[in-house]
Design a protein around this ligand. Structure first.
Ligand code: PAF
Length: 279
């Protein structure tokens, strides 16, 4: 039977008890409105730990003033039921007051320079400060041995990795593969903002990533690959924030050859989608 916690002291007591029994504890941080992609994170977490805690917290500090914080879907009952099915042991449901006791305005912020300032960071100023701030708090609250993050948020994982390494957080980070619909569309809570026609158009994202990989393998230069990807998204009806090829640490590649990640961020109407492909 899955346990739900709304009080930090009770959650801490349970985690302490598990650790005294020699059990490893994993944390899967989420903002709720869970789908198959999140359930796969829980299933992966089970391979690294004996007990899995999922946190559900729509984090106000990572949304910009014109972003979808207030309309972000909140579905806690369905989330808990799905987590139980996925094999999660406990759900941590902090209130905004529990997460930010001095209020959002007075909260101590984390900031990871460099990797958090490009791509998503450039288009969503302050976003990763909010992510790191809440993830650091979740790590301190839950004290997991392992934490699992989806690779769909490729840059988020890179930013959190830098924070964890630099601050020596005693947490093993695991990146989980992207889960896609049969159409290739990456699963995302934001997909539900799309109407049927937009959902069809959104499949262009994955096809564009595959095209970028093909171009790279065929030896095309980066400028051409990025320009063609941007043009194909625009032709499908997207407003493109970026369509780029980067090294796995998100640098502009210094030379030809070597591992790459193609990253896209684009808007369909008022819905902003991201996706990536590593090769
Ligand atoms: O990826 C998310 O859902 C969020 O950014 C996270 C990691 C739960 C922090 O709020």
């Amino acid at each position: 039977m899955i346990q739900t916690f709304t009080e930090l002291a009770a959650l801490r007591q349970q985690v302490r008890q598990w650790k005294q029994q020699g059990l490893r504890v994993a944390l899967v941080p989420t903002m709720g409105n869970l789908h198959g992609g999140h359930h796969s994170l829980v299933q992966l977490a089970r391979q690294y730990a004996d007990k899995v805690v999922t946190s559900i917290f729509v984090n106000p500090t990572q949304f910009g003033p014109n972003e979808d914080f207030s309309r972000y879907p909140r579905t806690p009952e369905a989330d808990v039921a799905g987590l139980e099915q996925a094999g999660c042991d406990a759900v941590w449901l902090p209130s905004v007051e529990a997460m930010y006791p001095l209020g959002v305005e007075l909260t101590t912020l984390m900031r990871v320079p460099g990797v958090s300032e490009v791509l998503e960071g450039a288009h969503r100023p302050g976003h990763f400060d909010g992510v790191c701030t809440v993830v650091a708090r979740l790590f301190l609250q839950v004290q997991p041995d392992v934490a699992v993050f989806g690779r769909k948020d490729f840059q988020q994982l890179a930013v959190i990795r830098q924070m964890v390494e630099e601050l020596s957080f005693p947490v093993q980070l695991v990146g989980a593969p992207i889960v896609r619909e049969d159409s290739g569309l990456a699963k995302s809570s934001r997909n539900q903002y799309l109407d049927a026609a937009q959902t069809e158009v959104a499949t262009t994202l994955h096809r564009t990533l595959l095209g970028m990989r093909e171009g790279y393998i065929a030896g095309q230069d980066r400028a051409r690959i990025e320009a063609e990807a941007t043009a194909s998204l625009q032709a499908a009806g997207f407003q493109v924030d970026y369509a780029v090829l980067r090294t796995p640490d998100l640098k502009e590649p210094p030379h030809e050859g070597g591992p790459r990640v193609a990253l896209l961020a684009a808007r369909l109407g008022s819905t902003r989608l991201i996706d990536n492909l590593e090769f």
